[in-house]
Design a protein around this ligand. Structure first.
Ligand code: BES
Ligand code: ZN
Ligand code: ZN
Length: 497
């Protein structure tokens, strides 16, 4: 799918479809819509009068062969109430329009911006929405839905701002959208096609393509570094673990600048281990590497967008299996940091591999941490599939991240890190235990476990267990891997200094 700026007057654009949006208000037709309405001899007013065109959020009204327009179709997308409208809506409108037209065999489209939201930021959001909307998880279908490809998208009606130009915004949107899709493709992979070794290879190939530093620690190196928590989880599988490390360095690093450490849970399949999971829905545990996928997507984008700070990504990858050598409930593991962990439940494996990854990221020089993990079922109980659970200390660091989430249009909710939750992971025989007390608060006790290794380093933990995969499609996004959190992390890294 090619995306380019379009400078033709919109009435004479010859595309299969012209897309624009309509607000839910009495006076719907102003600016470009007024012009279109006039060209169409007031037929849009008639549609509004009949109640077919209301402007309600994501309503789709398709007009064929619109009179007075060179385009073959006019697609009007509902933008909702103007007072509630934000850039994030533009992203959804673009994605929903693309998916709707794609399913109808349309090949060339032009997206026409309206008055108000049409600077570079708006253009970037539209491009992100188009790219994300274009993704389908049909890689393993031998009969692809034929002819269903949008070949070209033109952006019309956008205006260059005082800062970055439109072309830059367009390119940035492409990088971010494509990186999100890169991650979604990985997250979609079944575990027989994506073992820890293969994930490492895929990460390495991507790193070489975009110019990131890369180091893959194999099982020997992992043992040498005494990553006992990671080894404990990995030992139940015949597939050896990997610690994947990617590095981005700015051209002229400042000596005092922060070093961002991104840590992502890369469990390529989570059976639960000896504390085995029920069969129902277990197939979904292929996406338990979603945190690693997220960080790989973010690193791909950062390599191309070039933030002013260094970024190190550390992604521990294992398969959590109940093999003959598997760790057992009650076992004690010694983490790389020296802390001892009593394994109460082998299904709480994510926090164990993250423990050693966080320790290693700090050892490599990370001064600020963000981890992403499909960590707990408890986060679904708390926030459903609506918000990412966002934990972090100190609170100001978390708040700064939440601002980026807002800017990126990704819903995240701050979760508590009070000391009471820390009490719940005290062990009778070791420094800490890997589950809480069984009295609820599972997402917070999971977060505290990771904080025990982050210690005083500013740290954010994103529990994406209920948001990383969508069981249902949405108008602007296919069902399956969502690529959530990537845009927020990119935004945050680009602003860090
Ligand atoms: N990978 C799971 C969490 C998960 C659940 C991800 C649902 C995606 C969808 C994680 O490793 C796990 O099993 N967590 C346990 C922790 C418990 C044993 C303390 C859980 O949430 O039940
Ligand atoms: Zn588990
Ligand atoms: Zn897991």
């Amino acid at each position: 799918m090619q995306i380019q700026l379009e400078s033709q007057p919109f009435l004479s654009i010859e595309a299969d479809a012209l897309i624009t949006y309509v607000f839910d208000r009495d006076d719907k037709f102003d600016g470009v819509l007024a012009d279109i309405n006039v060209a169409m001899s007031g037929r849009l007013s008639a549609l509004a009068a009949s109640g077919e065109l209301t402007g309600k959020s994501l309503e789709l009204v398709l007009v064929h062969f619109p009179q007075g327009l060179a385009a073959q179709r006019l697609l009007l997308v509902g933008a909702g109430k103007p007072a509630k409208f934000a850039t994030a809506d533009l992203r959804k409108i673009a994605g929903a329009a693309l998916r709707y037209l794609k399913s109808r065999g349309v090949k060339t489209v032009v997206f026409l911006a309206r008055e108000g939201e049409r600077g570079p930021e708006a253009a970037q959001a539209v491009v992100e929405g188009l790219k994300a909307g274009d993704f389908e998880s049909d890689k393993y279908r031998t009969e692809k839905k034929k002819n269903r490809e949008i070949q070209s998208v033109g952006l019309a009606g956008f205006e260059a701002g005082i800062g970055d130009g439109l072309q830059t915004a367009l390119e940035r949107g492409c990088v971010i959208g494509e990186s999100q899709n890169f991650a979604r493709d990985l997250i979609n992979e079944p575990s027989n096609k994506l073992t820890p070794r293969i994930l490492a290879q895929r990460a390495e190939a991507m790193a070489r393509e975009v110019g990131l530093g890369v180091e893959i620690l194999d099982e020997r190196k992992i043992a040498e570094l005494k990553m006992g928590a990671l080894i404990g989880v990995a030992q139940g599988s015949v597939e050896p673990p990997r610690m994947i490390v990617l590095r981005y360095e700015p051209q002229t690093p400042r000596p005092e600048a922060p070093v961002l450490g991104l840590v992502g849970k890369g469990v390529t399949f989570d059976t639960g281990g000896i504390s085995i999971k029920p069969a129902n829905n277990m197939e979904k545990m292929k996406y338990d590497m979603g945190g690693a996928g997220t960080m790989l997507g973010a690193m791909r984008a950062l390599a191309l967008l070039k933030p002013p700070v260094s970024v190190i990504a550390v992604m521990p990858s294992v398969e959590n299996m109940p093999g003959g050598r598997a760790q057992k409930p009650g076992d004690v593991q010694v983490a790389m940091s020296g802390k001892t962990i009593e394994v109460i439940n082998t299904d709480a494996e994510g926090r164990m591999i993250l423990a050693d990854a966080v320790t290693y990221a700090k050892k490599l020089g990370a001064t600020h941490l963000i981890d992403a993990a499909t960590l707990t079922g408890a986060i679904e109980v708390a926030l459903s599939n609506v918000h990412v659970g966002a934990f972090g200390t100190p609170r100001e660091y978390l708040d700064k991240f939440l601002e980026s989430a807002k800017a990126a249009g990704e819903k995240m909710w701050p979760m508590p890190m009070d000391e009471e939750y820390k009490e719940m992971i005290k062990s009778n025989i070791a420094d800490i235990r890997n589950t809480g007390s069984g009295k609820g608060g599972g997402a917070s006790t999971g977060a505290w476990f990771i904080k025990e290794f982050a210690e005083d380093t500013p740290w954010i933990h994103l529990d994406i267990a209920s948001t990383c995969w969508a069981d249902e499609g949405r108008p602007w996004l296919a069902k399956g891997p969502t690529g959530i959190a990537i845009r927020s992390i990119i935004d945050f890294a680009m602003k860090l200094q």
